[in-house]
Design a protein around this ligand. Structure first.
Ligand SMILES: [Zn+2]
Ligand SMILES: [Zn+2]
Length: 283
């Protein structure tokens, strides 16, 4: 199994980091977990063209995690040869259907233009999405890949899910945005790799001081994300083999990677991976 960080950014725009999105490659399958800003650009950077994605997992429905789902859906649709056309499976928490229906309504004119223009697209049919809403405790089987959904704690955002992806005896835990909680421990238990979105309260406080007009909004985010330290703690407590940090809030400035890593390493003695978009780990 290979994990590639497609986007390591956050809602705060950064010219060098796409929004939150992670590619999990398991033999025949390319699974995209969350679809943040520019995820399709990075997907192609990882060597995967959109027709070769057949499963999307959404951890939650915050805009930074879903804003380029429409790009993946349209680009996949218009670049897939008619004989290969298939529905894109989108798995997420309750609410995913509402998001997908709204997105398809937004794309309806584009779909109509292209269907009218391209005879072979009419043969293949319109945009097709199979939405599967999961609740915590559900298991979803995707061919030879097992996906287990766990509750996470990103309140007031509810419901939110973390996914444990199991394939050929390996397990990857993708936590999404969450603070530590017992269900997160279950999700990560003895995982070969644990991918956590993280925040640095010290840097958020600095940013809030620099932009007093947005200070309230910035400090609001402190209470629903794992800190780098908490991610290290969660990894250590649950026997995780490899910790991967992503979704750096605020953005991780070039040259500060070791500083971020050291904070997690104070809690977790195993390997810790972080870095630019397209950083990858094989398990
Ligand atoms: Zn979020
Ligand atoms: Zn987020």
């Amino acid at each position: 199994m290979k994990i590639t960080l497609l986007g390591t950014g956050s809602p705060l725009p950064d010219p060098n980091r796409a929004g939150p999105s992670t590619l999990v490659t398991t033999g025949a399958h390319n699974i995209v977990v969350d679809c943040g800003r520019a995820c399709v650009m990075r997907l192609v950077g990882a060597g995967v063209m959109p027709p070769f994605v057949n499963l999307v997992l959404l951890t939650h429905l915050h805009s930074d995690h879903i804003c380029d789902l429409n790009d993946l859906v349209t680009t996949r649709w218009i670049t897939t040869p008619a004989p290969m056309a298939s529905a894109l499976k989108v798995v997420g928490p309750v609410g995913t259907r509402q998001v997908v229906e709204g997105m398809l309504a937004m794309l309806a004119l584009d779909e109509q233009y292209r269907l009218e223009h391209h005879e072979d697209l009419r043969t293949a049919g319109g945009m097709k999405i199979d939405v599967i809403e999961l609740v915590a405790g559900d298991t979803h089987q995707h061919d030879d890949v097992v996906i287990k959904a766990f509750r996470t704690d990103h309140r007031p955002v509810e419901p939110t899910l973390g996914y444990r992806i199991e394939h050929e005896g390996k397990a990857a835990a993708l936590a999404g945005d969450t603070i530590p909680c017992p269900e997160l421990d279950d999700l990560c238990q003895n995982a070969d790799v644990y991918i956590q979105t993280v925040l640095r309260p010290d840097l958020v406080a600095n940013l809030a001081a620099l932009i007093p007009a947005n200070a309230g909004r910035l400090t609001d985010i402190l209470d629903y994300h794992s800190t780098v330290e908490q991610a290290g703690d969660t990894a250590a407590r649950n026997g995780v083999k490899h910790l991967v940090l992503t979704h750096y809030v605020p953005t991780m400035q070039p040259g500060t990677e070791d500083e971020w890593r050291a904070i997690a390493a104070a809690k977790f003695s195993g390997p810790i991976t972080l870095g630019p978009d397209l950083t990858s780990v094989e398990i």
